[in-house]
Design a protein. Structure first.
Length: 202
């Protein structure tokens, strides 16, 4: 099954989304606590709605903002979300992304699990390639757990599961950071979601 991203973004909004972003926002704040990115450059890969970048923009007021997503519907939503901010939007497959700019923070949430085999490693490396020396990489992914299996089973029974994804273990995510030369600074496990986040430095 291939993820129907247009259908995914048709579901955008509502209480479920608000709860999700509230929990992810808490994770971002915990991971980035004490990190000064004011006036820096921030890039989000698989940017979706752009809500995570919006929260970072409010806090750090970056000089440059880049959002990359392959789905036209996601780009349309993120343009509305970040209206009035100095953001640049690219509708592109991140595996084909070629940019000269380097960023102080490269982040993603809910991206890596949609890549498989060697493509997952390639997707991770895109974060590292776009990050400047001394910059930060922050990644959230769903992790293999009983909670995740129950959540997926319920959605499948209801006929609402539309995502082609494979969750990681925390150790698999750590190994991606280590293997690609990033120093792990902090880790965060969401209390209510199946999401696990790591902040690393290049």
């Amino acid at each position: 099954m291939k993820t129907d991203w247009n259908r995914h973004w048709e579901l955008y909004g509502g209480l479920g989304w608000k709860f999700w972003f509230r929990q992810i926002r808490r994770g971002y704040r915990k991971l980035l606590e004490g990190i000064d990115l004011r006036g820096g450059r921030i890039a989000e890969l698989g940017s979706g709605s752009g809500m995570n970048t919006l929260e970072l923009t409010k806090v750090f007021k970056p000089a440059e903002i880049l959002l990359v997503d392959s789905c036209p519907a996601a780009i349309r939503i993120s343009k509305r979300v970040l209206k009035g901010f100095p953001a640049r939007f690219l509708q592109q497959d991140i595996l084909k992304l070629r940019l000269k700019n380097r960023f102080d923070l490269v982040h993603s949430e809910g991206l890596l699990e949609h890549f498989f085999g060697k493509d997952r490693e390639r997707a991770f490396r895109k974060h590292v390639q776009l990050c400047r020396k001394g910059g930060y990489v922050l990644i959230f992914v769903p992790i293999k757990s009983l909670r995740y299996r129950v959540f997926k089973l319920v959605y499948q029974k209801l006929g609402k599961w539309i995502w082609d994804e494979e969750p990681l273990t925390p150790e698999e995510l750590r190994e991606l950071f280590r293997r690609n030369g990033l120093k792990i600074l902090r880790e965060y496990q969401s209390r209510f979601l199946c999401e696990y986040g790591i902040l690393g430095r290049k």
